[in-house]
Write a protein that binds this ligand. Structure first.
Ligand SMILES: O=C(O)CCC(=O)C(=O)O
Length: 306
């Protein structure tokens, strides 16, 4: 019988990382307060109500999915930057990249009658091209409602991130991420999992925020879901996580269309938010990760780039 470990929020990060490396998933109980959950529920309520059901079996014909959570909910912004999650993303994702970024933000609401989703690995998103040794993603699923066996708690196959492609789980190898409201399930992009069946008469709502290596394409296009005019008011760490920073040397620069003659034409994304990257104080030529987009950048006020 397979099980998933549940930890208290004050568990030393090394223990959480150890369990994540072993099982591919962990639950941290009761991280989000009742007030925090109520705030998110109030902020997202109108969007959840207007979101259409999925069009196919995988997305769920009795499931609604609502994105753009960074733009739509301050409560979700605090989930995205949560220190425990950052610590685990550091441990798992910085093994294969200089940075990681938000891959998607999605409120997943399983309505009564939603059948179990096909088991899958999220890394399939990027096709078969990544070597098995590279873990591309760490996902979080925050329980806005309790997750129970009856209402569709996520099904997980602990340890399956180490399996060879093609091995199918036996029923005894599958467990459910049963957790209280306010808890969070963390799971890697390589572990086999899927939404459970909602056999209850209530809704199961999870806030799914996943993070990927900064050199991969994001599943949810954050520059469209959360464009610069919205992202510019966010704290710098959140802006970086959404992708408004260089992903590595030369990765992610842009050219402001209205730059003046003589001004630099290749600048880091922070310029679109009206600021310089932290690693490039005025008077120096480098930006984050050492990229020198254009020596003349020092002549450009960030405000010019809007
Ligand atoms: O809702 C869940 O429990 C998991 C959903 C999922 O894995 C997916 O949609 O890819």
């Amino acid at each position: 019988m397979s099980v998933l470990e549940t930890f208290a929020p004050d568990t030393p990060p090394d223990r959480l990382v150890g369990a994540l490396d072993r099982d591919g998933a962990v639950i941290i109980a009761d991280v989000m307060s009742r007030e925090w959950r109520a705030r998110i529920a109030a902020e997202l309520g109108p969007y959840l109500d207007s979101s259409a059901r999925g069009l196919d079996e995988f997305t769920g014909t009795s499931t609604t999915r609502t994105g753009a959570l960074a733009a739509r909910s301050a409560g979700c912004r605090d989930l995205i930057t949560h220190p425990i999650v950052q610590r685990l993303c550091d441990a798992v994702l910085l093994r294969n990249a200089e940075r990681y970024i938000v891959n998607l933000t999605q409120a997943i609401r399983l309505l009564p009658g939603q059948p179990a989703q096909a088991l899958h690995r999220d890394r399939g998103l990027w096709g078969p091209y990544l070597p098995a040794s590279i873990e591309p993603q760490l996902g979080t699923l925050w329980a806005l409602t309790p997750f129970t066996k009856e209402n569709g708690a996520t099904r997980i196959v602990p340890g399956s991130q180490h399996w060879l492609e093609g091995r199918e789980p036996q029923e005894a190898e599958i467990t459910e991420a049963v957790m209280t409201a306010g808890s969070v399930l963390l799971y890697t992009g390589s572990v086999i999992h899927g939404g459970g069946a909602n056999r209850s008469d209530g809704e199961r709502i999870g806030i799914n925020v996943t993070y990927c290596l900064a050199w991969l394409r994001q599943e949810e296009n954050q520059y469209l879901s959360c464009p610069p005019q919205i992202a510019r008011s966010f704290e710098p760490r959140l802006q970086e996580l959404l992708g408004y920073t260089m992903g590595g040397y030369a990765l992610g620069y842009y050219s402001p269309l209205d730059a003046r003659a003589g001004a630099p034409d290749t600048v880091p994304p922070e310029f679109a938010l009206g600021r310089l990257p932290p690693a490039a104080p005025r008077g120096t030529s480098g930006v984050a990760a050492g990229f020198v987009p254009d020596q003349r950048m020092n002549n450009l006020e960030p405000a010019d780039a809007q």
